[in-house]
Design a protein around this ligand. Structure first.
Ligand code: PML
Ligand code: MG
Length: 255
């Protein structure tokens, strides 16, 4: 079977004069069989052209052939779901699950809270070394981005974003990265308050409320342990390794 990677990003020019810059509107990526390339490409363009953030001035679609032998197949992390009454309770739950994985010591919760705030303006994720307390992203403003991934056998040609489907694929790829300890995610979509924590041990734990509705502040932290792998190896995997995730047994959860 021949595979192709498709990536789309759309942006808009905002500001005047020296303040003028490109603002991200929408992005998507897939890895699909040859037969689906054209239809998926059309759906991506449709998604870019109909985004609530506005009309794009610029759409970039990149299509690359991917060799089957270079693709790693992973089983999706098992999903559990936590309903909470308030976002404060949700954050509390998330911090409670993650801090024991960061080692012992006091102030870990405050540290995580502070790191999360730092991720708000970043496009990518923070790569935080739990062994040294250092940030390992080559570019702190941009962060690192996990890319080249999709659900296995996903023949679906869908122009709409599905947060859960995209996040379970990303979280599964990330959890399998060399040296990865856990991931912490709060959505940056102002209309989406669900977030998650994930690791090979925890699985994918959806927490249904992690911020106030309307809040566009969100971010991702990849907690990494440099005693287990090198940062270069981890970043190379996150940004280059092609991964298809078997989500056939995954369900957003009912409990
Ligand atoms: C995002 O796409 O903005 C992140 C989504 C995180 C939660 C997904 C879910 O489990 O519903
Ligand atoms: Mg962000």
């Amino acid at each position: 079977m021949e595979y192709y990677s498709l990536k789309m990003r759309a942006s808009q020019q905002v500001g005047e004069g020296k303040q003028k810059h490109e603002q991200h509107i929408s992005g998507a990526e897939r890895i699909v069989g040859r037969d689906s390339v054209e239809a998926v490409c059309t759906a991506m363009v449709r998604r870019a052209m109909n985004h609530s953030k506005g009309d794009p001035d610029f759409i970039n679609v990149k299509i690359e052939k991917v060799h089957e032998n270079d693709i790693r197949i992973l089983k999706a992390l098992p999903v559990t779901r936590f309903d909470v009454d308030t976002w404060q309770e949700g954050l509390d739950k998330a911090f409670g699950l993650i801090t024991p994985l960061m080692g012992s010591g006091c102030g870990l919760r405050e540290k995580l809270q502070e790191l999360l705030r730092v991720t708000f303006p970043m496009r990518g994720a923070m790569l935080y070394d739990i062994s040294t307390g250092e940030r390992l992203e080559p570019d702190h403003e941009r962060g690192v981005r996990a890319t080249y991934m999709d659900a296995l056998h996903s023949s679906e040609v869908d122009g709409c974003k599905n947060h859960f489907n995209e996040a379970i694929v990303l979280a599964t790829k990330v959890a399998n990265a060399p040296g990865m300890v856990a991931e912490f995610c709060v959505s940056d979509d102002p209309n989406y308050v669900t977030g998650y924590v994930a690791s090979k041990e925890l699985g994918y734990v959806r927490i249904m409320k992690m911020k106030e509705m309307g809040d566009e502040n969100g971010g991702r932290i990849f907690l990494f342990d440099s005693r287990k792998a090198s940062a270069e190896e981890c970043i190379e995997y996150l940004q280059k390794k092609k991964v298809l995730v078997d989500v056939s047994a995954s369900h957003p959860g009912t409990k």
